[in-house]
Design a protein. Sequence first.
Length: 420
Amino acid sequence: MDSLLIKGGLPLHGEVAISGAKNAVLPILAATLLTSEPCVIRRVPNLSDVRFMGQILTWLGAEVRFDNGSVRVQARKLKGTGEYDLIRKMRGSICIMGPLLARLHKATVSLPGGCVIGARPINLHLKGFEALGARVVIEGGYVHASAKRLVGSPMFLGGRAGSTVLGTANVMMAATLAEGVTIIESAACEPEVVDLAAFLNSMGAKIAGAGSPTITVTGVKMLHGAEHEVIPDRIEAATYAIAAAMTNGEVKLRGARADHMHAVLDKLTDAGATIQRNGTGLTVSRKGRLKPVDITTLPYSGFPTDVQAQMMALMAVTPGISIITERIFESRFMHVSELTRLGADIEIEGPSAIVKGGKPLSGAPVMASDLRASAALVLAGLAARGTTQVNRVYHIDRGYEQIDNKLRQLGARIERIEDS
Ligand code: EPU
């Protein structure tokens, strides 16, 4: 397993290109299964999760061709069963279920289990399919959904922590080919849902209200091929923004969309960073002292759970006490013990982490446990004295395109140690 070796203490300076959004491209790739015609998706990040989704589509019978930042998919014929071992490996693959159900009227996928950030149930996805008239049975580790016909219906998809991103995506995709009108209440408002709706509409779907808590889908008979450019990754952009603030640097995030990042930019400003918006992205810098901020993760447009760990790394080097409360996933604090290994002073109290920041961090070997936790460790390593070795970086390669090269371009001393 590869690891990253970081010699910290240098401010980051320069420009970094923000890649296409992982969490937008995964459901968009699944949506290509809704038509037998070819679809071309552009600004596709070269990530292990994305290549993996390509394998799943191929396994289902689609022709998939990756070509220098774009993917062409044509799903002339499909089978309705997702292979157990393939689906199990990546939770995002659950979003093939809606398209398979819409196109074949049946879908069988392995039931995703829990993961390190929490239980991650799919009851709301299934509730939505049932509201469209599907019969859902869980048997032998698989979820089977089938329907003679899918019929549009009003439904409420709110759950314990609010809306569900992939649940909204999944049900929205299934509803595109249902008869009549589907109204999803408590729909997720994330930009990735809006991007998926834009792609589906360019395929001939009739979706209104994406980006608001009420999405209306008027079913159509069939969808056609389309081309689409994926939105920039707001989580990747936020991670580099925090890196700039943490290291006292100045980084231009080329292609970043400030309008997708209000909550993060607002907190970074409160923490002492300067944000300049310009036509082609935004620039984040920090000259003065850092200030502690309290954060609570919430569904969009609240502070994203996917930036919680990185923000905790920033607060660890910020003098004063900040309280970070995680409201989306129940156990998304795996980074705390590893940040502590670098010298951070953090205590967990229920859903909150109390960060007593400002203690100097010093490099150590640490273990990446999930994607965003690994990003937090890389950030901490950039700010720490000495050398930090982040092990198990396959987690970070799932969601950050060429993070080592991008950071090196910004002046960081970071190198990948490949497992021989
Ligand atoms: N939930 C349910 N029932 C469901 C679905 C979700 O109770 O049927 C709960 C979850 O347990 C959680 C909350 O609802 O408490 C929100 O989960 P959501 O369904 O929105 O998460 P997701 O769609 O499975 C996506 C991203 C995650 C991101 C979350 C929240 C993808 C591929 N994944 O997951 O991204 O954290 O939305 O914004 O889009 C990451 O990129 O590191 C990552 C984990």
